[in-house]
Design a protein around this ligand. Structure first.
Ligand code: HEM
Length: 150
């Protein structure tokens, strides 16, 4: 049981780092650097970057949810754990819903159009929703760190 728990926790932490760290990189490093290239190339780069990053999140999201809820079960369920785990579960579910909203909403519109104005508008929405998820992800990490403290 201890080994199973350790494997779950390692996967949980690794994919949290990839997801939240990836969003931090996209927002604070990649986006401000985009102005170095011309707008048409910028669109192409966005297309490639989103395809790869969203593929990572398509794996990270279910792994976070599954490992998190299995650990929760092994710990004895909701009533056996303190509030930081409740908060993490809630925030994790909201982050997953925001990710689905990005993929099914502005990202779908971004891929289905060649109109530059529409692409820019979709990009703007994607950027805002990623900022929302980044803030939620950082809060989740802070809350998670309180688990063994409170
Ligand atoms: C997607 C957003 C999430 C992030 C960024 C995240 C992050 C983390 C981090 C950094 C830890 C380590 C804390 C520690 O060991 O003291 C942790 C532990 C844990 N997480 Fe999450 N988590 C997320 C979602 C979830 C979900 C949806 C659940 C489901 C209930 C969950 C359940 C747990 C449990 C039970 C632990 C305790 C592991 C232990 O210390 O024994 N997490 N999480």
């Amino acid at each position: 049981m201890m080994i199973l728990y350790a494997v779950l926790k390692v996967l949980h932490l690794l994919f949290a780092v990839l997801w939240v760290g990836g969003m931090f990189f996209a927002y604070f490093v990649l986006r401000p650097s985009m102005s170095a290239i011309d707008p048409p190339q910028r669109m192409l780069l966005h297309t490639r970057v989103f395809r790869r990053f969203f593929l990572v999140v398509w794996h990270a999201m279910p792994i976070m949810l599954i490992t998190g809820f299995v650990m929760l079960y092994l710990l004895g369920g909701m009533s056996a754990v303190p509030w930081p785990i409740h908060a993490m579960a809630g925030l994790g579910v909201v982050m997953s819903l925001v990710f689905l909203a990005i993929v099914l909403g502005p990202y779908r519109r971004f891929r289905r159009t060649t109109d530059r104005t529409r692409m820019t508008a979709s990009l703007d929405t994607i950027r805002k929703l990623i900022a929302v998820n980044l803030v939620l992800g950082l809060i989740t990490v802070v809350v998670a760190a309180l688990f063994h403290v409170v």
